[in-house]
Design a protein around this ligand. Structure first.
Ligand SMILES: [Zn+2]
Length: 293
């Protein structure tokens, strides 16, 4: 069976009309080339060569997601330095225009300047951005930075979710871990934060955050795959808590920056044995409700 046929069979058997993937990456070609080189050289998260099996032109990657039956996906992108986010957002707006099934995504950095991050974040929301990405490990900024207080407030008020990479995997950053983002959520309790990679490796702490804050979601990106199980295994003892937050777990894959087939993420979720209703919610229902799809 081809991978397309196998992915399609997966959601059909669940009785779903397709999948929603909250965590996929589309970026300007030169930025993506750098990300891929970083992974493939072995400088990436695993500390060893990480072959990108979906290293293909953008239109082929979009076509493949569509062939898989991913009805809606994101185009997450993020800066590693100041002065970059606004340019990324301009590219992302163009990508959203030519890709109607991609959620218009945007990002920010803790930076001063004319209007600072708040200025271009407000602009992106006004232009229709429906999902933001904040990468605390790559960006290396403190989410509690007062330069960002207005940004979190704008996102909370507009009810636009933000995917936050705040777990300390693959290697800790100065502001990763549950502490800093918890303080942001305490100040902005209505902020919809989607914790990337289920907070790996601090799964228990981030489950706790979701238990305490009803607007906190968890994405499954790479979690439970053979690849991540070797680096940051998900403790079986936490499965009942994962089942209990069934309405706030979202399918994410990290496509195309993954060293295994897309299908493997789906199989990794299925083999948890949390039941068909859980899988249906995670792979489709939760995201459609959250994003009003
Ligand atoms: Zn990612």
């Amino acid at each position: 069976m081809t991978e397309v046929a196998a992915v399609t069979a997966f959601w059909r058997e669940l009785g779903l009309p397709g999948l929603v993937d909250i965590h996929t990456h589309f970026m300007p070609a030169n930025v993506l080339a750098k990300v891929w080189a970083f992974f493939e050289d072995g400088r990436g998260p695993s500390g060893r060569a990480w072959p990108i099996i979906y290293r293909r032109p953008e239109e082929d990657r979009v076509a493949l997601l569509r062939a898989f039956g991913v009805r809606t996906f994101s185009a997450l992108l993020y800066p590693h330095k100041p002065g970059m986010a606004e340019w990324l957002n301009a590219w992302a707006a163009g990508f959203a225009d030519r890709t109607p099934d991609a959620l218009h995504s945007a990002t920010f950095f803790a930076e001063p300047g004319a209007g600072g991050a708040g200025g271009y974040v407000a602009e992106a929301i006004g232009a229709g951005a429906r999902l933001f990405k904040a990468h605390l490990q790559v960006g290396g900024y403190d989410p509690r930075d007062e330069l960002l207080d207005g940004v979190w407030g704008l996102l909370a008020e507009a009810r636009v979710p933000v995917v936050v990479h705040c777990g300390s995997g693959p290697s800790p950053g100065r502001f990763t871990g549950p502490g800093p983002i918890s303080e942001v959520l305490a100040r902005h309790p209505r902020l919809t934060a989607i914790i990337a990679h289920l907070g790996a490796p601090e799964y228990g702490e981030f489950l706790g955050l979701a238990e305490r804050h009803r607007h906190v979601y968890l994405d499954t990106t790479m979690v439970f795959t053979d690849f991540l199980e070797r680096l940051a295994p998900f403790p079986a003892a936490l499965l009942p808590r994962l089942a209990a937050v069934a309405d706030r777990v979202l399918l994410g894959s990290d496509f195309p920056n993954i060293p295994y087939p897309y299908l493997h993420q789906l199989e990794a979720l299925a083999r948890l044995d949390l039941g068909t209703p859980w899988l249906r919610a995670v792979c489709h229902g939760n995201a459609t409700r959250l994003l009003g799809l």
